[in-house]
Design a protein around this ligand. Structure first.
Ligand SMILES: [Cu+2]
Length: 443
């Protein structure tokens, strides 16, 4: 990959939040890195989360084995932080463990990390303060070999998986809450994330990195892949058994490779059902048929500890273990039974329409499951329009949510068309989206 090293990263995005940090990245051997790193020159403003250098996840750092790297970390947070180099074989005093390998970097403080890297593979950096991790403070760090691996890949993608609890009426993630409702690939939930565009027949590598509270089984449609690397680097070819789902545990990385030999728009997604949704909060989905429910309970019930009654009772069931109150107490109970007909919910930017349900739907136990969450009426094709979505089936976006995107395996002409559109768009400001709670792309 050296020589024609390319970057095909999906968009990183912002989430509304209360603090930011920034880092300057310099490589002793590759000074140009600082200039063309996505998000490199962005200055965060107070009042919204900026992750590292203006994006969450932060910029992807790429080095070649043997590089000596210097990274200057300026802490713009209102609290102490540290920068950990996950999986790096470096001297202890460069490890970024606050309180043991170094003093934490205070607000306004600076720490200069410098080390030589003799590793290859998919690594990452993150704050070593646990709750800051849950505010999105992570970025990819790719260490390339001096000579490209064989078989050589044509496309090389990085996807970082994160999860946030952004409860109703607030844009700041609640890092204590276990009710994650925004499951993201590179900072965005489907359909706002960016499909991976490849040519028919190309060999593709996808580097999957997970930092959050859950493990994610990532599944690719239409192809078999092999796992060629972990967070510990390249794996020997003798271990490359075929598969189509790879479990990426917390703090792990998995590289998968495959030949895109099957034309079409193929889904790539976490297979945990709740991770294929957005806003899995108490007002939508399978729970939407109750007379509303309390959210943001006291500590015991919020953690799933019962004082009396049973876990599935009308009183406890819906909200048990669904929140510690902070940030969610403002949630209103609301009734949506019976559903209004002829007056479908209107939401800014959504195409809307009537869901396709049978007349006797309400008599079927368990209804509804996806009727009001997935479908053409939830589509927002225009709102998430970008070159990489060009030519997708109309209404596609109504079925995409959470950790879900496409690998689009395209014939040459369609591929060229998208690249042309992308070129035209370069330099233009990214589309602005202002839906409450939705991941914001940084300007
Ligand atoms: Cu998942």
């Amino acid at each position: 990959m050296s020589g024609t090293r390319r970057r095909f990263f999906q968009d990183a995005a912002m989430l509304g939040a209360g603090f930011f940090a920034s880092a300057k990245v310099l490589s002793a051997q590759e000074m140009q890195m600082s200039g063309d790193m996505p998000g490199m020159n962005m200055k965060g403003k107070k009042g919204s989360i900026r992750g590292y250098n203006g994006s969450a996840p932060g910029p992807t750092i790429q080095v070649t084995r043997g590089d000596r790297v210097r990274i200057i970390v300026d802490n713009h947070l209102p609290e102490a932080t540290s920068m950990h180099w996950h999986g790096f074989d470096i001297p202890n005093d460069m490890d970024g463990s606050p309180g043991s390998s170094q003093d934490p970097i205070g607000p306004g403080g600076r720490f200069v990390y410098e080390f030589t890297l003799n590793q290859e593979g998919t690594y990452f950096y993150h704050s070593h303060m646990a709750m800051q991790e849950m505010m999105g403070m992570i970025g990819a760090f790719v260490m390339h070999p001096k000579e490209a691996y064989k078989p050589r890949v044509d496309k090389d993608f990085v996807i970082i998986m994160q999860e946030y609890a952004i409860l109703p009426n607030i844009k700041v993630p609640n890092s204590m809450n276990m009710e994650f409702n925004w499951l993201t690939f590179n900072g965005k939930s489907g359909p706002a994330n960016t499909p991976l565009i490849v040519r028919h027949g190309e060999r593709v590598r996808i580097r999957l990195i997970n930092l959050g509270m859950d493990h994610h089984p990532i599944h690719l449609h239409g192809h078999q892949f092999v796992v060629t690397g972990t967070e510990g680097g390249r794996q020997p070819e003798s271990t490359w058994g075929p598969g189509n789902t790879v479990l990426v545990g917390v703090a792990q990385a998995r590289d998968v490779e495959f030949v895109a030999n099957n034309l079409g728009d193929w889904m790539l997604h976490c297979h945990l059902p709740h991770h294929m949704m957005n806003q899995m909060s108490s007002m939508v989905g399978p729970m939407s048929r109750r007379n509303g429910m309390p959210a943001g309970l006291d500590m015991e019930r919020g953690m799933g500890m019962l004082r009396q009654g049973n876990a599935t009772s009308e009183e406890n069931g819906p909200s048990l273990g669904r929140g510690l109150g902070v940030g969610s107490t403002a949630e209103q109970t609301m009734s949506n039974t019976p559903l209004k007909t002829g007056n479908p919910m209107q939401h800014q930017g959504m195409q809307m329409g009537k869901p396709d349900v049978s007349k006797d739907a309400n008599s079927v136990p368990g209804f509804p499951q996806d009727a009001f969450m997935e479908g053409p009426m939830m589509a927002m094709d225009k709102m998430v329009d970008k070159p990489e979505n060009f030519g997708l089936r109309p209404g596609w976006s109504g079925f995409m949510a959470g950790m879900m995107t496409f690998v689009r395996v395209l014939p040459q002409d369609k591929y060229d068309q998208i690249m042309e559109l992308r070129k035209k768009q370069e330099g233009k400001k990214p589309m602005k989206m202002d839906m409450p709670g939705m991941a914001h792309k940084h300007e």
